[in-house]
Design a protein. Sequence first.
Length: 579
Amino acid sequence: MRKRLGEILIESGSVTSDQLEKAVRIQSQLGVPLGEALVRGGFVSEEAVAAALSKQLGIPYASRENQVLRPELHQGLERLVPEEFCRSHLVLPLFLQEQTLAAAMADPTDILSLDNLRLISGKVIQPFIATKTQILATLDELYHGNAKNLVEKTLEKPSDSDEETVLESPAALGEERLDLDKVMALAKGAQVVQFVNLILKQAVLQRASDIHLEPMEDSGVLRFRVDGALYERTPPPKELLPAVTSRVKILSRLDIAERRLPQDGSFSMKLQNRVIEVRVSTLPTVYGEKVVLRILDKGSVQLDVDRLGFDPPQLDAFLKAAKHPYGLIFLTGPTGSGKTTTLYSVLERIKTPEKNFLTIEDPVEYHLRGINQVQVKPQIGLTFANAIRAFLRQDPDVLLVGEVRDQETAQICLRAALTGHLVLSTLHTNDALGAVTRLVDLGIEPFLVSNTLVLVGAQRLVRTLCAHCKKSVSPDPQLLDRCLREAGLESLPAQPLFYQPRGCEQCARTGYRGRIGVFEVYFLNEAMREAIHLGKGEQELREVAQKSGMMDLRANAWRKVLAGITSAEEVLAVTLRAG
């Protein structure tokens, strides 16, 4: 009889029974495999889990350390198996031996991926097990070479043969190409083109969400935003910065002659067989134009509501509300807090061919299969309000409205909910219950809010600790007491540990890798509806909600600290205790 993974890890001394129990709680909370829960909790390394799975399944273990995870570069493996398939299925071809292809997999029990790999390659597959992190790192080397210090190498010696990465639209050609040629000539053209392409590549490889190019008095500054924090990178020389800015503006179909006013544009680039959208914003400063490029990497976004960070009761409440035949659902939070991703994930979960889904957004961030999406165009009169009016003549069942910004949009959303439609939208308020006050401020009567509102939620994003290097510490008694109190817990069965960032190669020395949502979700029950109807304030509404067992943002965040997912410092920095 095959031993369980937890038994193997305990026998090898990798984890204790106590740690295994905590990992099971994390597994239940996040809905991830036990091995991933162990890693996220910081109880064991990704490599130790892979080695234990190798023993459990009887499949050889491949890693950089044992020298097995080294593809044979002369065998044309990169031509045999498409890179897109390898990345989406976490597969790495290692070597060919006659009609057998050895391949490392993060999940060698995935029969469907094994069958597809056999069909694609035309070979018999010999699976090896390896960690996700090492597979992705080695894929970069197999298909693209080492991407480290690309910018520095470009500035030292530009290559005339660098492959053009950016996909320019037809509007960027013709006369604008002449302007681009002039800029390139002034700034040693090839160097500017290659520099822009390579900082885009580097930003995508480093999971950056934004690129900041900033002119200062005597230098330029280049920064990437990774997991919500900005980090400096090697900038172009001061004399090249205007040419780099002009290159970005031409790609974005902006007026390169206009340097006095802010401008907005966009372009697409192709990298690693996927198209990445880039939104560009320019801003005139005293030293020149500051440029911010927002990267929308559709390939890196997983619209899986189970992985967003909801506690199970919160997720149950959200999905219950989303299955209502009519009513209003509002999600609140600041820009960049992941509201759109959450609503998209909910739509992905509830969509069926039997229902008509329509969205109006500004902008449409990701294209959802089976859902009709509309882009706001206020310059021609296509506003949120006008689009919703048109939607109501399209026999809709579920509407997603990108944001309620004004009284007109709020009233039309309310009318749609009253006439038998489910409406999901967002508001910019500090917390979930602030949505109630905001709707009243927009002219919606409290009794209408109480009758149509089904659920209000709020979210923030906290950075997740790097599983490879986070260190455990015994919490300060006062901080632990605060944690338990604000998390709504009376006690814990064992002495808890907090974790702190340390920094390693895997997380670029930051101590964090990736982000996860923290949420508050209030499903309106009769007590809350009555309180809203009577015009009660936010604090009174919160007290009613908490008596019903609903948790706020800080409570949800502290539970992630106790699960070893994030740090206490991150929670205190990102969330505020209401009331």
